[in-house]
Design a protein around this ligand. Sequence first.
Ligand SMILES: C[S@@+](CC[C@H](N)C(=O)[O-])C[C@H]1O[C@@H](n2cnc3c(N)ncnc32)[C@H](O)[C@@H]1O
Length: 355
Amino acid sequence: MNYIGSKLSLFEFLENSINKVVDKNCDTFCDLFAGTGIVGSYFKKKGYKIVANDIQYYSFVLNRHYIGNHKELTFVKLSKEIPKLKKNKIENRKNFVCDYLSNLKGKKGFVYKNYCLGGTKNQKIQRQYFSDINATRCDAIRQKIEKWKKEKLINNNEFYFLLASLIESIDKRANTASVYGAFLKRLKKSAQKSFVLRPAELIINDQKHKVYNQDINALAKKIKGDILYLDPPYNHRQYATNYHLLETIARYDNPKIHGKTGLREYQNQKSFYCSRTQVKKAFKDLVLQAKMKYIFLSYNNEGLMTLDDIKEIMSLRGKYGNFKKEYNRFKADKLENRSYKANKTVEYLHYVVCG
Ligand SMILES: C[S@@+](CC[C@H](N)C(=O)[O-])C[C@H]1O[C@@H](n2cnc3c(N)ncnc32)[C@H](O)[C@@H]1O
């Protein structure tokens, strides 16, 4: 997923830097601003036991699948509804169920009624986040997944796999420049294409992992680990507003929405890390209470906290250091924040060896 602050292109930098600092006895990697879950997934593949967390529910869903699911999914009970499923080898069943869902007849549900032209044409505000047909497909799939869960035809692991697959696949058909803070006037090419449910990758590994959906400062008091990796928002842009539609599809809770973009209420998900006046206090509290051997922080040279702020706070726990790398700016920043002149930023990985 094209996500603000994604570390997709920084794995090598992160891994090489982390390996220069940590001892060989570390086996728990905590990714507590997990976003899409790609950093945790990378270290899960390296054999670590992962703890993942994010304040957004769609992110919890992605992580609950990519991190939390670590054994093959069998869909045993679903053969009551889809008898042909049994004939498939276990490893092919994820594909089979996704194909089945992709072929459902569309339904005019919450997404259709609020986020595409057909559904909003008689309302005060028209929106076009998806094509009409893709919106009805999204509704049909989301409703079926919920029904299967309620009827206990799928277990939690299977539920989160299907929901993660839906979030990833529908995001590819969104009619936005990159985030959900606005939609495009005309349907772009990728949004015109037919929405198909693609199975999200399943990462098999022997360890047991944990996934949370909490404010990081509340969670950090309760857990222990070896490596704490922190990748907070760098600036004032709240993830709750930029990805509100993924949150609504994940929750499917018929929220009250308002305004041009159909934004849901997000008071409980406002992050201190996006506030110039609150970020330092929140970060200091977090660093002071973390029960970890090492703390790493990804941040760039344009973030709300300065290099000196970070150094001062992290040094409270022990020996501080940092690594840096030039990085290409996120696409949405180039489009929306034209005031930024440079196409490159400096990405830092700060660390402290906790004493
Ligand atoms: C820079 S992104 C993480 C990107 C992630 N490393 C990736 O590559 O996909 C920051 C994440 O922090 C989450 N977040 C912001 N404030 C939070 C808080 N107080 N507690 C937990 N998560 C928070 C946001 O929802 C967002 O997903």
